[in-house]
Design a protein around this ligand. Structure first.
Ligand code: PLP
Length: 384
């Protein structure tokens, strides 16, 4: 099948895999072994990779903490900050369209006695600074808003959110799992306290990520994983050198290639959007201006999402009704935008990237045209 599910995970870039192999074979040392060459070699590789991750977002390498991925980074950021700052207040603000690894973590904090507000986005998927301002209370300690949404690709106004939070002394956490290599991030300019990264959405391996923890001003979090005191005590556990090397190379390539890649992907996305819009009764979900070009989320009215996914097996895409694991609930993200259950159910998320070709796009458009047409002929609701 043609792969158009880059937001679920990207294929690993072969150049990344090549860099990882030596650390799975002869360079197997523990980066924490201080007494011999094996350890020194591994440590050097880990620190080089940390430099690459920091460079992509214009941070200091000392601000990067390795984790097992974005889920862990989100847990560490939210639980870590909430618990460190709980004597200042117990209120957390986030958004209904955040990833489950943020929403479920905030729910858990609520069970532990914190209080949470879940902002409702506008129908374009974005929140406004006015909404956030209105939700802030004297006891608000943490705000968590993602940079790029995984389902609809919209870009939240994090520069303004950062300014607002910094002016009020509130910790601002941002999940940037879907953003690296897609939008420029400059943490010297943008006032973010904690930022989540993962390798496998940016052509790196699965199972490795990072958390940015701002040093100026100094942001504090409580460790969630205790042990050998790795990562300055913030996240214990032997570092997976090969995974980290992979993430470093993936982020290095992202920095070098982002500008040229985005132009190419935007042209592909426009071709896809144009083709799909030739099908009647199709609706694009999420703002088209504040959006990464890698994502096109489309509802096909009068067809049922699950049948559609079955009908387009030759295309690897996600459906708005199957996104959250096994549940057949319509996408909570599309519902939060005010889409009806029917339109949420009949949505398909096309996500494209580095290895997508024009031929792939044309294949997808032709397939959708024919399958949507066939399914509608069978639908009692379709009378056109
Ligand atoms: N946050 C967002 C926005 C995501 O899209 C994902 C990926 O599904 C995650 C967090 C979780 O990332 P990971 O698979 O690295 O734990």
């Amino acid at each position: 099948p043609i792969y158009m599910d880059y937001s679920a995970t990207t294929p690993i870039d072969p150049r990344v895999a090549d860099q990882m192999i030596p650390y799975l074979r002869e360079q197997f040392g523990n980066p924490a072994s201080r007494s011999h060459m094996y350890g020194w070699t591994a440590e050097k590789a880990v620190e080089e990779a940390r430099g690459h991750v920091a460079a992509l977002v214009n941070a200091d390498p000392r601000e990067i903490i390795w984790t097992s991925g974005a889920t862990e980074s989100n847990n560490l950021a939210l639980k870590g900050a909430a618990n460190f700052y709980k004597t200042k207040g117990k209120h957390i603000i986030t958004v209904k369209t955040e990833h489950k690894s943020v929403l479920d973590t905030v729910r858990e904090l609520e069970r532990q006695g914190f209080d949470a507000t879940y902002l409702e986005p506008q129908d374009n998927g974005l929140i406004t600074i006015e909404q956030l301002t209105a939700a802030i209370r004297p006891d608000t300690i943490v705000v968590s808003v993602m940079l790029v949404n995984n389902e609809i690709g919209v870009i939240q106004p994090i520069a303004e959110i950062g300014e607002l939070c910094r002016s009020k002394g509130i910790i601002f956490h941002c999940d940037a799992a879907q953003a690296t290599g897609k939008v420029a991030i400059d943490l010297q300019k943008t006032k973010v306290d904690l930022m989540t990264f993962t390798a496998h959405k940016t052509y790196g391996p699965k199972g490795v990520g990072a958390l940015y923890v701002c040093r100026k001003p100094r942001v504090r979090i409580e460790a969630q994983m205790h042990g050998g005191g790795h990562e300055r005590g913030l996240r214990s556990g032997t570092l997976p050198t090969h995974q980290i090397v992979g993430m470093g190379e993936a982020f290095r390539l992202a920095k070098v290639e982002m500008d040229s890649e985005i132009g190419r992907i935007k042209a592909l996305r426009d071709r896809l959007a144009k083709g799909l819009q030739e099908i009647e009764e199709t609706y694009i979900n999420g703002d088209m201006e504040h959006r990464v070009p890698h994502n096109l989320n489309v509802s096909f009215n009068y067809v049922e999402g699950e049948s559609l996914i079955m009908a387009v097996k030759d295309l690897a895409v996600s459906s708005g009704s199957a996104c959250t694991s096994a549940s057949l609930e319509p996408s909570y993200v599309l519902r939060a935008l005010g889409r009806s259950d029917e339109l949420a159910h009949s949505s398909i998320r096309f996500t494209i990237g580095r290895f997508t070709t024009e031929k792939d796009i044309d294949f997808a458009v032709d397939l959708m045209k024919s399958k949507v047409g066939k399914l509608r002929e069978l639908s009692p609701l379709w009378e056109m």
